[in-house]
Design a protein around this ligand. Structure first.
Ligand code: ACM
Length: 558
């Protein structure tokens, strides 16, 4: 990118330890540096995964494959890795750099991944370029210490790959970008009305029929582009994404959204839908469809698919969706009505809860923890250990947190598909604005909540729904730099000193430049990032206050 506006903003000069983002618990520079060179001895007591993490980083930095890492140390061990150390919480790590040694100590592999992200940030920005190669004298790591631990255990990002499909290479790059901010969850929204995005060997119609649509209409009544759109991940692709993420301290969280948001599923398997109703993958990215029949054969079909995904990914969590389900027809349908009677449900909403709980019990049998959007909490579609993702504002979250673990994902301020400012130049989206400052002020565990509610907050995540996001370049634009602020909120617990955050962010944007991230410059979009005068022109001024009011008004509904 040429001359981004932030380059002209000269902030305070920060030493390498002051410039870390997210801000660590404690970071202190001292004098001197330690050299990383191709011939240096590396050793440590570590799991195979932690060893692979270190070897991968050093091989990349040094342009030289590092073979194994021996466990026996010697006097001249230059890089010392200890994984599984006592006294470190999950995700926590200590990084000590002296003139003779870089010492990484972590309680587990996730902490090792975060320590390596910090180590990379201590080096010149060039290490964020591919094949940067070491200078002739090796990389110089400044001496100092970082003692660090995340405030929130769940620090995630949700990517909707249904409204627009993002190929595997984009997802793998996204994992790299998340790891560079010490996020630890990637939630993939794999099914919706506009596409089914994962192979099924047991039900191949899902990926052959459900994975594509004949065209795309942007918005209700919007122009039809007449161009087929689609794609899906094979189970091997998904296994690869999960493994690649694991190697970077990130857990993949797959979502199969049921019983609503299922037009693509029903297009593939029409018998699971309302008898006589035409079923098709929706071409209008904005609209929702109806639902599957919450009956035993639907459940069996979905269990097949869930089992395939879990076998491929080893996912410890699976998201079952449960949001925005049109279920009015259930009570009128003889088969569903009979299933409701057999389950002792008098209202469709009770059946919604019953259906989600049944699938949740299936997951529990496989050792997998179930997640739902907050509608699932309203209908009782939760088991005692279900995690609730509350998207409909503080009230819905607070209600869920009174009884269940929650991951905070409120539309405001974590739906990053909304505009980043009120400038007319912002590209068309659902609305907004949700600014960088709004994100920096987000309190995942509000002080007004009780201690019990606050203790139920596992953390939070940002979401990018892709109705208005056709490509990776726009994804970068929406995610960054807001993801930098959310990373800080979730890792450090908040942004108490905005000036300090701003100074580190200006510095951090240079790392993003080196990584080739097309973030939104702080002063506003580049000309090619604006909506211009065509179909992407911003359609209306932001109405975030009204959106928030509307959300509060529906947050009791199933
Ligand atoms: C959602 O935005 N329907 C989770």
């Amino acid at each position: 990118m040429t001359n981004p506006p932030h380059r002209r903003q000269l902030g305070p000069v920060l030493d390498a330890f002051q410039a870390l983002l997210p801000r660590p618990g404690r970071a202190q520079v001292s004098s001197g540096h330690c050299r990383l060179t191709t011939d240096m001895p590396i050793a440590g007591a570590h799991s195979p995964l932690a060893g692979a993490m270190l070897r991968s980083l050093l091989s990349e930095l040094l342009n030289d494959p590092i073979p194994g890492i021996p466990s026996n140390t010697t006097e001249d061990t230059r890089v010392l890795l200890t994984d599984g150390a006592e006294g470190h919480a999950p995700g926590a790590y200590t990084l000590r750099v002296s003139p003779t040694q870089v010492e990484i100590t972590a309680g587990g592999t996730e902490g090792v991944a975060h320590a390596l992200t910090t180590l990379r940030q201590l080096l010149p920005d060039a290490v964020h370029r591919r094949a940067a190669g070491p200078p002739p004298e090796g990389w110089r790591v400044p001496c100092g210490v970082v003692e660090d631990e995340p405030v929130f255990a769940w620090r995630g990002a949700m990517l909707d790959v249904t409204r627009h499909f993002f190929p595997k290479r984009t997802v793998l790059r996204y994992v790299d970008l998340l790891a560079a901010h010490r996020f630890n969850r990637l939630h993939l929204h794999l099914s919706d009305d506009q596409g089914w995005r994962v192979e099924s060997r047991r039900h191949p119609e899902l990926h052959t029929t459900g994975s594509w649509r004949t065209s795309t209409r942007l918005g209700p009544g919007g122009p039809d582009d007449g161009t087929p759109h689609g794609g899906y991940y094979t189970l091997d692709d998904l296994a690869e994404i999960a493994g690649y993420a694991r190697l970077r301290g990130i857990t993949l969280v797959p979502e199969i959204d049921v019983p609503g948001h299922t037009s693509a599923l029903r297009a593939a398997a029409p018998l699971l839908g309302r008898p006589g109703e035409p079923q098709a993958v929706l071409d209008t990215v904005w609209e929702g469809g109806t639902s599957v029949a919450p009956v035993a054969r639907t459940e069996a079909y979905l269990c097949d698919v869930l089992e395939e995904i879990i076998e491929a990914t080893g996912a410890p969590y699976v998201h079952l969706g449960g949001d925005e389900c049109a279920m009015d027809w259930w009570a009128e349908d003889p088969e569903v009505a009979a299933a409701m009677a057999a389950a002792g449900c008098t209202e469709p909403r009770e059946m919604h809860g019953h259906f989600l709980r049944s699938l949740g019990r299936f997951l529990a049998g496989l050792g997998v923890r179930m997640i739902v959007w907050d509608e699932g909490h309203v209908t009782g579609g939760v088991l005692p250990d279900t995690i609730v993702m509350a998207w409909r504002g503080d009230e819905a979250s607070g209600r869920a947190a009174a009884t269940h673990d929650v991951v905070r994902s409120p539309l405001f301020p974590t739906y990053f598909n909304f505009d980043q400012s009120d400038l007319d130049a912002e590209r068309r989206s659902e609305g907004g604005p949700i600014t960088l400052t709004d994100v920096a002020r987000f309190a995942p565990a509000p002080t007004a909540w009780s201690e019990e509610q606050r203790a139920h907050v596992l953390g939070g995540q940002f979401q990018i729904w892709t109705e208005w996001v056709p490509d990776e370049r726009h994804l970068d634009y929406l995610a960054f730099p807001r993801a930098c602020a959310l990373a800080e909120v979730l890792w450090s617990g908040g942004v108490p000193d905005p000036a300090d955050f701003d100074a580190r962010l200006v510095r951090h944007l240079r790392r993003l430049d080196a990584m080739g991230v097309e973030y939104r410059p702080l002063a506003g979009p580049h000309p090619w990032q604006t909506g211009g005068t065509g179909v992407w022109k911003r359609s209306s001024p932001g109405r975030i206050a009204e959106t928030r009011k509307w959300l509060d008004s529906i947050s009791n509904q199933p």
